[in-house]
Design a protein around this ligand. Structure first.
Ligand SMILES: Nc1ncnc2c1ncn2[C@@H]1O[C@H](COP(=O)(O)OP(=O)(O)OP(=O)(O)O)[C@@H](O)[C@H]1O
Ligand SMILES: [Mg+2]
Length: 601
């Protein structure tokens, strides 16, 4: 029973408040209880005043009491409002902190790719932006007002006990029944179903498509503006329909509620009126009781439930995500230190790996490959062959299901995870573009300025911008770069990491966006800068690939050819076919400056 209460999202919501801001939460509760008690106190004070008038007693005391309570009623309201707004903000900030931690902390990536978690993530991610409900700073005030009324109604009912035991039970029962009878008119009982979360995810995606700049080119070019608007409206309408379906008033219980409430009130007021008329209760007491009887109506169903429900759902989603993400993104770190020597021999031994969230078929199956220390290996293969997957496994973003990766003969899982990653210089296919100064883009973990400058120089990006320029148009002095310029920055990042001691270099399509001249030039510099490292180069460009010590052709997660460029060309297999195909299209003997690009020679 208690367990079930603790599991309710409302409980989780109230339990979150003191964790987010203990002092504020205490003040909020105190103000709430005080505000709740005041209507009952006011009823008593009015009874005292009327009694004094009736008996001809001095009125100064009773007037003072009524005045004091009245002023408190007025003053506490705005104070409580301010407390609610602050507590709401602090709670939202606390939840965002927890969510950020839950997303970033796990060493693996599974928790961000699990579709079961992404729905909750959609609910939790933007919960305080006011897109699906009011932000917490506002709904806290609704919740406060609703609870003040309930506490006030109960306090008034308690006073009625002095009159007759049955009166408060009858009245409070009737008013409380409205909560139960009308409950479905307010509780968004379906909010946490997969259907609602899915609808929210769809609406969210359609919205982002419309407002995020990256999609704007294609939307216009392909004439998708109308389609995007229709899609957003349709998804949003669907979400609202689902909400509406759960919040419709049901007519029959409404009539029952009315009958119950009217009946109970007639009984109590009739008894009070006749008691006062035949002198069984004094006029002062009758006034206090009648006012209390009116006050009990505050128990009635108001906007409280929906405000609480709307606020509690994202809190519950965040708190659900936390424990779910930890194991989903967990990777056990060993404690073996990583040697400081530059080049390591890397061996993938009988590796079988399938993405935890993928269709199930392994991307790599019984995969074997050895990369001698200090050598460079190029991996070529069709889209989806598993090239990037190998790079991710080497970074230990995932662990293979069977087999293992050995670094100088020791299993990768035995090494200290953070130490291993700090020894990798990687340019991913979808590398990060940080909205930060150029300096931080080249050396996010920090490096001396001359290292940063040298790296930019080697990557052919010496004159892009000053080191302090923020690489985003969203900032005043910021700038944005072209695709190829960004790629040079990413290469500079890898070069700077090599300079700072990284020994394994992973380059996934590092030159895909570079112009032909830039590619040849930069690649030479890249190879000389990483000569003492173990380098893995993934590329579809054979003009780049051929410079590697050895080349491996990957197909459906298996190595089908392995050798030097000359060996593979001589072998006349898959590599030769692909190379010839590309070379034919790339023969550009001379450009307008009379320079030749000799891809074949
Ligand atoms: N995060 C992921 N979750 C599930 N499946 C994935 C994930 N990333 C890749 N895959 C699947 O794994 C397979 C191999 O993908 P990978 O990215 O390694 O290919 P690739 O050889 O790098 O291709 P490309 O040349 O297009 O970059 C593909 O079938 C892909 O759909
Ligand atoms: Mg890839």
């Amino acid at each position: 029973m208690l367990q079930r209460v603790f599991e309710r999202k409302e409980w989780k919501f109230f339990a979150a408040l003191p964790k987010a801001a203990p002092g504020l939460a205490l003040a909020w509760w105190l103000a709430l209880l005080l505000r709740g008690a005041l209507p009952a106190a006011f009823a008593i004070a009015m009874g005292v005043l009327v009694g004094a008038v009736h008996r001809g007693d001095p009125l100064a005391g009773p007037f003072l009491l009524v005045g004091a309570i009245f002023i408190l009623l007025q003053v506490l309201n705005p104070i409580h409002q301010a407390l609610s707004a602050n507590l709401g903000d602090r709670t939202a900030a606390w939840l965002y902190d927890r969510l950020t931690e839950a997303c970033v902390r796990p060493p693996g990536m599974g928790h961000l790719e699990d579709p079961k978690l992404t729905n909750d993530l959609t609910v939790a991610r933007d919960f305080d932006l006011g897109m699906t409900g009011p932000p917490l700073a506002i709904s806290m005030d609704f919740i406060a007002s609703g609870m003040v009324e309930i506490v006030g109604g109960i306090a008034c009912a308690v006073i009625l006990f002095r009159y007759a035991w049955w009166a408060p039970i009858l009245l409070a029962g009737a008013w409380a029944a409205t909560h139960w009878l009308l409950r479905e008119s307010a509780i968004w009982r379906d909010r946490n179903t997969e259907e609602v979360r899915g609808a929210q995810r769809d609406a969210d995606y359609a919205y982002r498509l419309a407002v995020d700049p990256p999609a704007s080119k294609e939307l216009r070019l392909f004439g998708l503006v109308g389609w995007t608007i229709d899609r957003f409206v349709a998804r949003r309408t669907r979400l609202h329909e689902l909400q509406y379906a759960a919040t419709r008033l049901r007519e029959k219980p409404l009539i029952w509620s009315l009958l119950l409430v009217v009946g109970a009130n007639i009984a109590v007021f009739w008894a009070l009126a006749s008691g006062a008329a035949n002198g069984k209760i004094s006029l002062g007491a009758a006034v206090a009781y009648m006012q209390s009887a009116v006050g009990v109506s505050m128990i009635a169903f108001g906007g409280f439930s929906w405000a609480l429900d709307g606020a509690a759902a994202p809190v519950a989603a965040v708190l659900r995500l936390e424990p779910a993400m930890r194991p989903a993104g967990a990777l056990h770190s060993g404690n073996r230190p990583v040697s400081t020597k530059r080049a390591h021999e890397i061996r993938l031994r009988d590796v079988t790996f399938a993405y935890p969230t993928g269709p199930g078929a392994p991307v790599l199956e019984h995969f074997d490959l050895t990369i001698p220390a200090g050598s460079s290996l190029a991996i070529v293969g069709q889209n989806g062959a598993g090239k990037t997957t190998i790079a991710k496994l080497l970074c230990r973003l995932y662990d293979p299901q069977s087999g293992g990766i050995e670094i100088d003969g020791a299993d990768l899982r035995e090494f200290d995870l953070a130490a291993w990653r700090s020894r990798i210089a990687a340019v991913f296919q979808d590398f990060i573009r940080l909205e930060l100064p150029l300096r931080e883009n080249v050396a996010p973990a920090g490096a001396p300025d001359d290292v940063v400058r040298a790296a930019l120089e080697s990557a052919g990006a010496a004159n892009l911008a000053s080191l302090d320029t923020i690489l985003s148009r969203a900032y005043d002095d910021g700038t944005d770069l072209s695709g190829g310029q960004w790629q040079r920055v990413a290469l500079a990042r890898a070069l700077s990491a090599v300079k700072m001691g990284a020994g394994l270099v992973l380059l996934d399509e590092p030159t895909a966006q570079l112009d032909v001249r830039g590619e040849a030039e930069i690649f030479d510099r890249l190879l000389s800068a990483t000569r003492h490292c173990t380098t893995i180069l993934i590329s579809h460009r054979f003009s780049t690939v051929r410079h590697a010590d050895r080349i491996c052709v990957l197909e459906h997660g298996r190595v089908i050819e392995l050798g030097t460029h000359a060996e593979l060309v001589a072998h006349g297999g898959r590599y030769r076919t692909m190379f010839d195909l590309q070379a034919e299209r790339f023969i550009v003997p001379e450009d307008d400056e009379g320079k030749t690009y000799d891809v074949l020679s």
